[in-house]
Design a protein around this ligand. Structure first.
Ligand code: F6R
Length: 587
């Protein structure tokens, strides 16, 4: 969702920004740009494409102050002209977010003026220059007071020897280093460089000079902001010998389960207070987070007997939800930044409900809003497609449901440990690639299952389509005959997940129906009878027997690896799928 970074007081600032920008590419990779400043003069390079495409230009970007941007296009196509930074007069800036009233501002202040780009961001830099009367901070305060929408801005002014950073609804952090001051979209970009950071709040304005940072509110009154230890460590950014972050992160699924389980045990004190008297649960999230919510729903209903609904956060916001003091809303988000999920949480708070955040990002917007936080300890997830955070979310929801049900969480933790061990075995298997070849050649891939297996089917389908671009859907197995079967022919593949012996014969019916229409089938199962009945008819992948409710943690690894291998066969970059970005901070 655009990554921004800046430094002042560092020799070779553009080189520093370039290196850090690469760590933010998961936020968008449509274009990249850096501007530096020396003696009041700007030097700039920007281009459509990934960050490496500007690597050759760094040496001509002089000065010890620089800003950089990696873009996920919203307003204006990916192009050189629309790449950031944008410059107007004595100002240069990079922007993450959307200025919703940019057209009105353009009309009001720049009627008849030809803009250099089609971006909403350009109006901001032009306003800064328009309002500038010798005080850069005053120009920033006046400009942002007119903006509607979301933004994190890093600004250079030719007359100010440093950077100005401000934000609303999009993240920005400040970092402290050896005589230099830094800023970035998030903490991992400064891992290994800044051991201490400050997380900016909405409306804060930070003035960064070499080795000094001052904070102001929107009226330019000095305010205090605390420093915290940078939670991101640079070793998490190593690929550890893996060709892609996606594979590295799938390999980290077992540790994500174990660490999340351990973190829950430490953080669960007080959760019962928030959950006391809860009669209804609504889970909200987007994409993979929504899919993990489908698994969570089963836990809350099966263990705690509490009626639970799962809603995509974007829909929930606009349907006048009915919330009261006995409704708990569980907002799931890896990044804690997703605009729809954050806004859904705010809406609930406004209606007097309780919000419990399940998130991998302890200093995010979502944690600030929530009444209670259940941590996901997946570690930094860099691949755009979520993998280890999905299994971390399921782990957190499982533990939370046990607490709600008044069940023994230690027994639950033991089961999770055992399941994490079984997941390790699946990750090492090489036979998953065989069906990837079938998927890569298919016109469509359908993921089917019943109950918890259906929940994983939705995630398998999302994973496959987003990184391989093969059309895919996830269906309840029983729905097949109500329409989807019309799509099945020799050019389609289906993945049928069967982990519940009680439901196995029903799901096997779906296998038979597909086979009789000459569709290719992979059965992912740990049910012995299913193995016997389907072997020889369909491709079969046996996974270990485990606690019925934790089987999603194993079948998830299979569908993640299947998607990864399919993407590789089709020559896709699994870490950076087209058109997508991690952390969707716009609506
Ligand atoms: C898919 C994926 C997305 C995210 C979604 C929500 O692999 O990663 O569907 O799950 O954008 O993101 P978070 O969890 O950060 O709110």
């Amino acid at each position: 969702m655009c990554g921004i970074v800046g430094v002042t007081g560092a020799v070779g600032a553009a080189g520093v920004v370039y290196k850090r920008l690469k760590l933010l590419e998961y936020r968008g990779y449509d274009s990249a740009g850096i501007a530096s400043m020396l003696d009041g003069r700007f030097y700039i390079c920007k281009r459509r494409g990934r960050v490496y495409s500007i690597g050759g230009d760094i040496k001509r970007l002089h000065g010890d102050t620089a800003i950089g941007h990696t873009r996920w296009a919203t307003h204006g196509a990916p192009s050189d002209a629309n790449a950031h930074p944008h410059i107007a007069g004595r100002f240069a800036l990079v922007h993450n977010g959307i200025i919703e009233n940019y057209a009105a501002l353009k009309e009001k202040y720049f009627s008849g003026v030809e803009f250099a780009s089609q971006t909403d961001s350009e109006v901001v830099v032009r306003l800064l220059d328009l309002f500038y009367e010798g005080d850069a901070l005053a120009a920033v305060a006046k400009t942002v007071s007119l903006l509607v929408g979301s933004y994190a801005l890093v600004i250079m002014c030719a007359d100010f020897d440093g950077l100005i950073v401000t934000k609303k609804a999009n993240p920005a952090i400040i970092g402290y280093g050896d005589g230099a001051s830094y800023c970035a979209s998030d903490a991992p970009a400064l891992a290994g460089l800044c051991s201490e950071i400050t997380v900016l709040g909405d409306g804060d304005i930070a003035a960064l000079t070499a080795g000094r940072v001052e904070f102001y509110d929107g009226n330019l009154h000095v305010i205090c902001r605390e420093k915290i230890a940078n939670p991101a460590v640079s070793t998490e950014l190593d690929l550890h010998g893996c060709p892609h972050y996606m594979l590295k992160e799938i390999r980290e699924v077992p540790s994500s389960i174990i660490r999340t389980c351990d973190a829950y045990t430490c953080a669960s004190d007080g959760l019962s207070d928030y959950l006391n008297g809860v009669e209804r649960i609504i889970i909200v999230g987007c994409g993979t987070a929504y899919n993990s919510g489908l698994v969570g729903k089963r836990y809350f209903e099966a263990f705690a007997g509490i009626p639970t609904e799962v809603e995509t956060a974007g829909e929930f916001r606009y349907k006048q939800p009915i919330i009261n003091g006995r409704t708990a809303v569980i907002a799931i988000s890896q990044s804690g930044e997703t605009a729809d999920t954050v806004e859904a949480a705010k809406l609930v708070k406004g209606l007097g409900g309780k919000v419990i955040a399940v998130t991998n990002s302890p200093y995010s917007e979502l944690t600030r809003i929530a009444d209670a936080v259940v941590p996901v300890e997946a570690g930094q997830e860099i691949c755009v497609a979520a993998t280890k955070s999905y299994t971390g979310q399921i782990t957190a929801l499982y533990m939370l449901s046990l607490t709600l049900a008044g069940m023994d969480t230690q027994t639950g933790a033991k089961k999770l440990y055992e399941t994490a061990e079984l997941a390790k075995g699946i990750i090492e298997r090489t036979d998953i690639g065989a069906f990837a070849d079938t998927c890569a050649r298919s016109d469509g891939v359908y993921f089917l299952g019943r109950d918890l297996d259906y929940a994983v089917a939705t995630e398998g389908s999302l994973k496959l389509k987003e990184i391989s671009y093969v059309p895919s859907e996830g269906y309840p197995a029983g729905e097949l005959k109500h329409g989807t079967l019309a799509l099945i022919d020799i050019r389609t593949a289906s993945v049928v997940i069967i982990t519940d012996p009680a439901l196995a014969p029903k799901s096997e019916n779906a296998v038979e129906q597909i086979l009789s229409r000459r569709g290719k089938v992979l059965v992912v199962t740990n049910v012995k009878d299913t193995l016997q009945r389907t072997e020889g008819k369909a491709d079969v992948l046996e996974i270990p027997v485990c606690d019925k409710y934790l089987s999603p943690l194993l079948s998830a690894v299979v569908v993640q690896l299947l998607a990864y291998k399919t993407a590789l066969l089709l020559g896709r970059d699994p870490d950076k799928p087209r058109n997508l970005a991690k952390s969707v901070t716009v609506e």
